[in-house]
Design a binder for this molecule. Structure first.
Ligand code: NOJ
Length: 748
């Protein structure tokens, strides 16, 4: 027997929300689009679907067309001829105004350009990388940083961002884990929606709003072996339960564009997959925005072995549902002839153009093509003090304190400190790998932040000790000497920002050997050690680094990194972040995530024969998903349920008392996990269903409650419809995915 979910059940559980169609134009505007369509040639229609790299970027101040190189002149001419409808990754009000002038005043129909950019975690004020920000477990924070980024980008003439990246990432070898919200579906959905709301604001016509483009549709993060651009082989169930929900959440929040992935999904390139782009996206979800390809992904259908040649690639991508082509220029080249020859129906071409024009209309570009292109406003808005303050706050809240033996942290500001490691004084790995418009000179290094925070700046010694992936002659000796002379050692080690990011997958997700040797030697000096761990993914911490007295994951925190880390080290703020990805024991466990399906042979003891464990390892995390310490010390007391039985249509509340035995108030993220003991499809060992931020006063206690209905118990049944089976459920209210206090209840 099973219970069908009512729409109300699912709404209460947040599983389905009303779809916002923010790109449906009013009648007069729709007419304007139709009138234009009637007047457009085939070439002009293909032009609206052609997006190329902005060649006018990076020119400070006024644009000087007389000094253009041939490439710039060629693009200017194509815009005049209506053969390009959108540019990306340019920046600056003056440049944008110039490009827009070509389209609006020098092209036949005067259709404004759409100017897009990868505004991922800030435009000029750089916030923490998305994975780090997700460690705040605070979607509202992500909405606020996205809003600030949109305000700056809008003032630099940009209309659209290629964000948020909403790919669930469960293999930490993949380089692009850094760009998303980690491994969990609930966090993925909440952060996707929050970021879309932040970017798009309340009103798209406002010059501080950007069209959001969730990417990469779909399952790009499920690349086999964690190898970027590799294919994803996965069941429809995994797609629908894990990889698609963050996209759905982004569309429910109003996102009016989407970018498809470079990858194949079960053998079909996402760039040419009618099931994804028509069945799921349009028919099931009612998406009304436009689909953009990833960078030259249409052309890549040939190297995939899916299309015979470039023309065939255009036919396949376009007929599957990709409306706009990024940077290959293939739509411009082949669409007119494909339509003229009847291979592609004119109606399909008109649909795609209509979708793009609707987005331009929704942005208000037909009424005000100069929207946001005002250099004076740009100067005021970009890097405004409020944005910088937000960057510092966001950075503080993104740090995860993994370990703090003996309460070493926070530190007294009068200690002699040695800051050792390749990242101590380094400004090249502060902003993060997706900050193309951020400037190094604004990056506050660890050294700068710490020096500014301590009582006597001369009590800080800074020694690199090693390079990031290379030895430094004499480096280790100098580091050991500095450690010996210090009261506390701060070890700034980890990955460079280019060890994460697109095209930067790793086979070993550990400390590079020269840094591991440095850590080994410095730890021998016997001083208390705080590791400040830079990374864009979960790392496998092995050897001495895992034994340090304290470990803080500092990711790539954006421009305020040094200040934020100093705030936490010296206790003017307390760490409150929680891991959005599981830290494994070894690389070889990948893909590794907490919500794995229950096995028939769970290991009860570390080396129990013929159970699910590795020969040399227990089946667990070094630091589980959800883990993070603060300066208080919080205990969870056993939960109480308002009922042991939940009837269909009813609700049940689970409450736990959280007690802080420490001397400081503690910011706790109490997490609710469930397990369905017996379902018609095997369910995860645990699944995050809700979480709540609470402050537990020093020496005091608070109660945290979670309200549950049948909607929270739903899974996709054998027929792929949401369902719940009567029977027993385990529930944990927990500080992370591997511990907590438990209770059980029955669904009747
Ligand atoms: C390729 C990346 O996969 C995508 O995320 C990005 O938006 C485009 N390049 C444009 O830069």
């Amino acid at each position: 027997m099973s219970l069908r979910m009512s729409r109300r059940d699912l709404l209460l559980a947040g599983a389905a929300m009303p779809v916002l169609l923010s790109v449906v134009p009013a009648r007069g505007e729709a007419q304007r689009i139709e009138t234009l369509l009637d007047r457009m040639t085939l070439e002009e229609k293909a032009g609206q679907l052609t997006l190329v790299n902005d060649p006018f970027r990076w020119r400070p101040g006024n644009v000087n067309p007389d000094a253009f190189d041939p490439g710039q002149q060629a693009v200017a001419q194509e815009i005049r001829e209506g053969r390009i409808g959108a540019l990306f990754n340019g920046i600056g009000a003056a440049q944008a105004r110039y490009a827009q002038h070509l389209a609006v005043q020098e092209s036949r129909l005067g259709i404004p350009l759409l100017l897009a950019a990868d505004v991922i975690h800030g435009l000029r004020t750089i916030f923490p990388v998305p994975l780090a920000e997700t460690a705040s477990w605070d979607p509202d924070l992500a909405a606020r940083t996205a809003r600030a980024a949109a305000t700056e980008a809008g003032a630099s003439g940009i209309h659209q961002t290629y964000a948020p990246m909403v790919d669930i990432a469960r293999d930490q070898r993949w380089g692009r884990v850094v760009e998303g919200a980690g491994e969990d579906v609930l966090l993925g959905r909440l952060f996707a929606a929050a970021r879309v709301r932040g970017f798009q604001g309340d009103e798209l016509r406002d010059a501080s709003s950007l069209v959001a483009t969730p990417k990469h549709f779909a399952a790009y993060g499920a690349a086999e072996g964690g190898l970027d651009y590799a294919g994803a082989e996965l069941s429809e169930r995994a797609l629908r339960e894990v990889y698609l929900p963050p996209f759905r959440a982004a569309f429910d929040a109003g996102a009016c564009s989407v970018m498809c992935g470079f990858n194949t999904v079960n053998g079909i390139p996402a760039t040419a997959d009618p099931w994804l782009l028509q069945q799921v996206l349009r028919r099931e979800w009612g998406f009304r925005g436009y689909v953009v390809s990833d960078y030259t992904a249409d052309a890549e259908l040939v190297s995939h072995g899916f299309a015979e040649d470039a023309r065939d690639a255009v036919r396949l991508a376009f007929l599957a549902g990709v409306d706009m082509s990024m940077n290959s220029r293939l739509y411009q080249r082949y669409l007119p002839e494909l339509v003229a020859e009847g291979v592609v129906p004119m109606a399909r071409l008109d649909d795609a153009v209509r979708r793009v024009l609707r987005v331009k209309e929704a942005l208000g570009l037909f009424d005000d093509p100069w929207r946001g292109m005002d250099s004076e406003r740009e100067a005021r808005v970009v890097r405004a003090p409020a944005h910088v303050a937000l960057a510092r706050d966001a950075a503080r809240r993104s740090v995860v304190l993994l370990r703090n033996e003996g309460g070493l942290l926070p530190l007294r500001p009068d200690l002699r400190l040695a800051l050792i490691g390749p990242f101590g004084a380094d400004a090249d790995n502060v902003l993060g790998p997706w900050s193309i418009f951020g400037e190094r000179e604004h990056a506050v290094t660890l050294e700068a932040g710490i020096r500014a925070a301590i009582a006597d700046p001369d009590r800080l010694t800074v020694v690199p000790g090693s390079g990031i992936e290379s030895d430094l002659p004499g480096g280790i000796d100098a580091a050991v000497a500095a450690a010996g002379a210090a009261d506390v050692v701060l070890l700034a080690v980890g990955e460079s920002q280019w060890m994460s990011a697109e095209g930067h997958s790793r086979t070993e997700i550990d400390l590079p050997p020269p840094q591991a040797a440095l850590v080994e030697a410095v730890m021998q000096a016997g001083r208390p050690v705080v590791v400040l761990l830079k990374t864009g993914r979960a790392l496998a911490l092995t050897g001495s680094v895992a034994e340090a007295d304290a470990i803080m994951v500092t990711w790539f925190l954006g421009q305020e990194e040094g200040n934020a880390v100093a705030d936490l080290l010296f206790g003017s703020a307390a760490p409150s972040g929680r891991l959005p990805v599981s830290f494994p024991l070894r690389t070889g466990q990948q893909p590794f995530y907490y919500a794995r399906l229950s096995t028939g042979r769970p290991a009860q003891a570390a080396d129990q024969a013929y159970t699910a464990h590795y020969r040399n390892l227990p089946d667990g995390a070094l630091y589980p998903f959800g883990h993070g310490l603060t300066y208080g010390s919080v205990r969870y007391e056993p939960p109480r349920l308002t009922a042991e039985r939940l009837m269909a249509g009813g609700r049940l509340t689970a409450t736990a008392r959280l007690v802080n035995d420490g001397a400081r108030d503690a910011d706790e993220v109490a997490q609710l996990y469930l397990r369905d003991r017996a379902a018609r499809v095997v369910q995860p060992r645990r699944l995050l269903k809700a979480f709540s931020h609470v402050t537990v006063p020093a020496g005091g206690a608070v109660e945290v409650s979670f309200d549950l209905g049948v909607g929270e118990l739903a899974y996709l049944g054998p027929d792929m419809q949401p369902t719940a089976d009567p029977g027993w459920f385990d529930l944990w209210i927990a500080p992370n995915a591997e511990s907590g206090v438990a209770a059980a209840f029955r669904l009747d």
